[in-house]
Design a protein around this ligand. Structure first.
Ligand SMILES: [Zn+2]
Length: 178
């Protein structure tokens, strides 16, 4: 489907939430569920009326957010940490990485996003069962729980983005590179 045959749907708060075929956007407009924000410069000729294809519409009702939480797994920890040891900062290959409990389990540390970091085996050995302070080592950055991935950003990487949408999208690195 050509990009200009799709309509970007915004939430009440003007966040991009969905992409629909233009026909669906017309239906939503007629049902009073959305308001028109932007049109494409293109007419559609029905039997007796001429309408422009909606480029961007905004939901008038509340939208329930569907976001995918990032799974807690070894590979996703490495991904969050850019495959780098969080103590020496060296980027490693997958099989050279291990993970470290920042606060050791023996001291009550939990196996969670905020207490697990990627680590090379040298730093892991050096740190042993100690906290970074006790081992005289410095964490490069505090481990965080990654934000849920917005579904729309993932979908947008696979299609070209019409100009009419640009003011309404979040520009991520991923999207820019597309
Ligand atoms: Zn290291």
């Amino acid at each position: 489907m050509e990009p200009t045959h799709r309509t970007l749907v915004l939430s009440q708060g003007f966040e991009p939430v969905r992409i629909v075929p233009w026909q669906r956007a017309i239906t939503l407009l007629f049902l009073g569920k959305v308001e028109l924000v932007e049109e494409y410069d293109r007419d559609i000729k029905a039997t007796s009326i001429v309408i422009k294809i909606p480029a961007v519409v905004r939901l008038l009702g509340a939208f329930r957010r569907h976001k995918k939480p990032v799974k807690f797994s070894r590979i996703n920890i490495y991904g969050r940490d850019n495959y780098s040891c969080q103590y020496c900062g060296v980027k490693k290959r997958l099989f050279e990485l291990t993970y470290d409990h920042v606060l050791p389990r023996t001291q009550g540390g939990k196996t969670t996003w905020t207490n697990i970091v990627s680590c090379c085996s040298d730093c892991n050995r050096k740190k042993g069962g100690r906290t970074p302070e006790q081992a005289g080592m410095k964490l490069l950055k505090a481990p965080i729980q990654p934000a849920a991935t917005p579904v729309l950003v993932l979908a947008l990487n696979r299609e070209s983005v019409p100009d009419a949408w640009r003011d309404y999208l979040y520009w991520t690195g991923e999207l820019d590179a597309d």
